[in-house]
Ligand binder design. Structure first.
Ligand SMILES: Cc1ncc(COP(=O)(O)O)c(C=O)c1O
Length: 424
């Protein structure tokens, strides 16, 4: 079997088959049976918010009635989008990013995940000059979806962050400047807000990193899937502006449209052109649905008010509720726990310092009880130093119904309470 596998599959394929957190997570999402006892706190689905769904339905109806539907369904787009749509996006997005974007700075993809698979390989692995470049994740834990996107092996590097206690049962990861090392690094990647922790790195941290990278012209990829300008779940932190040296990614998924598979990249014209080559080979073209929908939403200027009046209040109230439910159950059951400051996004990152089993085993036990969470061990690609958090943390989404969160909290608290080395 192994021999056949070695013969038929590339090294990359073999690695993907052996170890893939994102696949397990997405399969859990897709394989939910709809059983009434199922508690789906695992994946990154946005919530179904009726007011937002109403807006999207109206947009879809108007696209369906428009004569351009023929073209939407019947014509290919250019690989990263037709010029007219790219110009429209450049004009619309410029004020949000405090700059003057041109169409040459814009590329569309079938989801931002799709764009990242190109971006990470474009800047890392065996390079055209003969060197081998790596992807530095300045703070881990970091988004599970980056791991394994690089075709070359051993491309990720990371070191443990500073762990700062911010209150009772609360902590935050901060950038560890002393271990920040750019040796052999081709690119930096981070999500803001960070998936899984809900961290929102300060602009001064970004600028500090750019002070180090700019002499070597190392690009900084900033993933704004949950960030500005939509859904803008960044709490009180400032929005990220566009600057030379940065590649920004936006997504329609977390505003409530993950099924549309649409993402936007903002970068320098050279990177955008290179991405166009990747897109032509990998996709032929970006899908039309997202592009046409974007045009409509941008022309009507719908997304800023959607983010401000619907999405932010909704996710903020869900967060409050989830914190209340989980802390109540943890305290009731004597669970030793710490929650990362949830500054943005839609996840809670919880550490169980006294857990006597691994977080992966905890995930399995939860799954046996129809509770789906994500084991934290997946979120540390490239980290090759001991860091206890890799085995003690889990991620869960709070984008679910109150009753589901409450049942999830009860089950999780009970399982953790019976697998602790010591109780409080
Ligand atoms: C931080 C982050 N980036 C990117 C993505 C990919 O999103 P999409 O491909 O749906 O745009 C996700 C999805 O969960 C995410 O959490």
């Amino acid at each position: 079997m192994t021999e056949t596998m070695d013969q038929n599959y590339s090294i990359w394929a073999k690695r993907l088959r052996e170890n893939q957190g994102i696949r397990s997570l997405m399969e859990d999402l897709g394989q939910a049976t709809g059983h009434p006892d199922e508690i789906l706190l695992g994946g990154g689905n946005p919530a179904h918010i009726p007011e937002a769904e109403q807006i999207f339905q109206e947009a879809f109806s108007s696209l369906a009635k428009d004569p351009m539907l023929r073209s939407l369904l019947g014509d290919y787009q250019a690989p990263i989008g037709n010029d007219s749509f790219r110009s429209l996006a450049a004009d619309y997005l410029s004020p949000f990013f405090q700059t003057n974007l041109k169409k040459e700075n814009i590329a569309f993809f079938n989801g931002s995940q799709n764009a990242y698979s190109y971006l990470l390989n474009l800047h890392s692995g065996p390079m055209a000059d003969g060197s081998f470049k790596k992807i530095l994740l300045p703070i881990v834990p970091e988004y599970i979806g980056y791991a394994d996107q690089s075709i070359a092996d051993h491309t990720f590097i990371a070191s443990p962050p500073n762990v700062v206690t911010t209150g009772k049962n609360r902590f935050r990861y901060e950038l560890n400047q002393t271990t920040f090392d750019l040796k052999d690094v081709g690119v930096l990647a981070l999500s803001r807000p960070t998936n899984p922790t809900g961290n929102v790195l300060s602009l001064s941290d970004l600028e500090w990193m750019e002070e180090q990278t700019k002499h070597r012209k190392i690009p900084l990829l900033i993933d704004l899937a949950y960030g500005n300008p939509f859904p803008n779940l960044i709490g009180e932190e400032a929005p990220v502006p566009y600057k030379e040296g940065r590649t920004l990614s936006l997504s329609f998924s977390k505003i409530g449209l993950p099924g549309v598979r649409f993402g936007i990249i903002i970068s320098d014209s050279d990177t955008i052109q290179t991405l166009s080559s990747f897109a032509a080979v990998g996709n032929l073209a970006v899908g039309n649905l997202g592009v046409y929908l974007m045009a409509l939403l941008f022309q009507k200027n719908i997304l800023p008010s959607l983010a401000k009046n619907i999405l932010r209040p909704f996710y903020e109230s869900k967060l409050k509720l989830a914190i209340e439910r989980f802390t109540t159950e943890f305290q009731k059951m004597g669970v030793d726990y710490e929650i990362h400051d949830p500054m943005g996004g839609f996840f809670l990152w919880i550490r169980f310092p006294s857990l006597s089993i691994s977080n992966h085993e905890l995930y399995q036990l939860c799954k046996e009880n129809r509770l789906f969470i994500v084991s934290g061990h997946y979120f540390f690609p490239g980290l090759n130093r001991d860091f206890s958090h890799t085995k003690e943390c889990i991620r869960l989404t709070y984008c679910r119904e109150e009753e589901e969160l409450a049942r999830g909290a009860q089950i999780l608290a009970k399982i953790v309470a019976s697998h602790q080395t010591k109780s409080e």
